[in-house]
Design a protein around this ligand. Sequence first.
Ligand code: CO
Length: 470
Amino acid sequence: MSKKVLITETILRDAHQSQAATRMRIDEMIPMLEQLDDIGYYSLEGWGGATFDSCLRFLNEDPWDRLRTLRKYIKKTPIQMLLRGQNLLGYKHYADDVVDKFVEASIRNGIGVIRVFDALNDERNLECAMNAINKYKGDYGAVCEATICYTTSPVHTNEYFIQKAKTLEQMGADNICLKDMSNIILPYTTYELIKGMKKVLKPTTKIHLHTHNTTGTGEMVYLKAIEAGCDIVDCALSAMGNGTSQPATEPFVATLKGTEYDTGIDIEKLVPINEHFKKVSQRLEKDGILNPKVRGIDVNTLIYQVPGGMLSNLMSQLQQAGKLDKLTECLAEVPNVRKDAGYPPLVTPSSQIVGTQAVLNILQNERYKMVTKEFKALMKGEYGKLIGEPDPEILKKVVGNEKRITYRPADDIAPEYEKFKEEMKEYYTQEEDVLSYALFNQVAINFFKYRLARDKKVDADAAKSEVYPV
Ligand code: CO
């Protein structure tokens, strides 16, 4: 029986987020959008994650305009976005009214698949966003893809992940995404895990796997996944595929051709599209944004279980302190801190929080003599529920007698949309501006000022601001 494998193309989002700090511009995408639309992908990932931030901060593009432009050219294929649950695209929890409005505006402006995740896999942080997706998806046809962040620890067993998948399905997920942020999942584990999930999920629930090829196991992971029944995998065209990005699209299409898993994609149609993105990749390299190192394999993550981005953060913190010789000790301290904090997955923001605390513990020559505000908040439950129980003694040392949060963190946040609207009213041109401001405050205001100057030509200097810095 044939079991066609579906592919999500990430060239418009994660590929350049992983290799080139999310700096691909809309004018570099437009020439290929109609051709990408004709390929027969399951979806085209093109928005969310860091694209929103990068549009406002570096590219002087209205992220909502970018989405509308994508939708103008991509008429058949769903556009996919990545959403950080109650954090939306920002770095803190937002009130439920802002989450609801953001999801509504995303779907109304053209998003077709919303992949929603929480760094701690706390489903309470997904509840509000998932309810909103299911509330608005009928109007335009969108898919609710709830996500599990993959990590390894004594408490992250296959049973845990399988149970989590079932819970998310019961909460209203159409698809379940297994998201391996840093390519630490291994091929045979993937096989067992997907098999187990397939057993408990409804036959109509699709499993969507996301990994990178940072450590060089990406294609093997995908192959074992589809043998276990995985429905959709994320790939990036070879121009910006592999390395820190997703496994490349073309070799995968070729591998499956003529088998029961045939993707139905015509590899020859990918050639001219890929040629175009090669030139974009070269432009990014020439501008010093893309470091050719990102195209290779780095096995450090396999050895230290520390994601690539986190490793470079650790090194730069130690370099600044003139203590690069302490790197091995700090790397050894990371799993200890993670254990003390109840084994959070190492993904933004928890990777930075755990990494910084490990460095402090080593440089202070005493564990938890100094703690960051963020580490304390993590231990208090302000980011969400920790899957393991934090070490009681360390908890006492870090949190003291302050109360820990055991409920959904956003329950503490009063509605805030009207307040945001009032604060930015002099720049208001559309409802979406309020949401840009809610997420990125001053960065959004700077963009609004630029836009005003550009449209009214009132201040040539403001309109000329740096457009494509490194
Ligand atoms: Co990714």
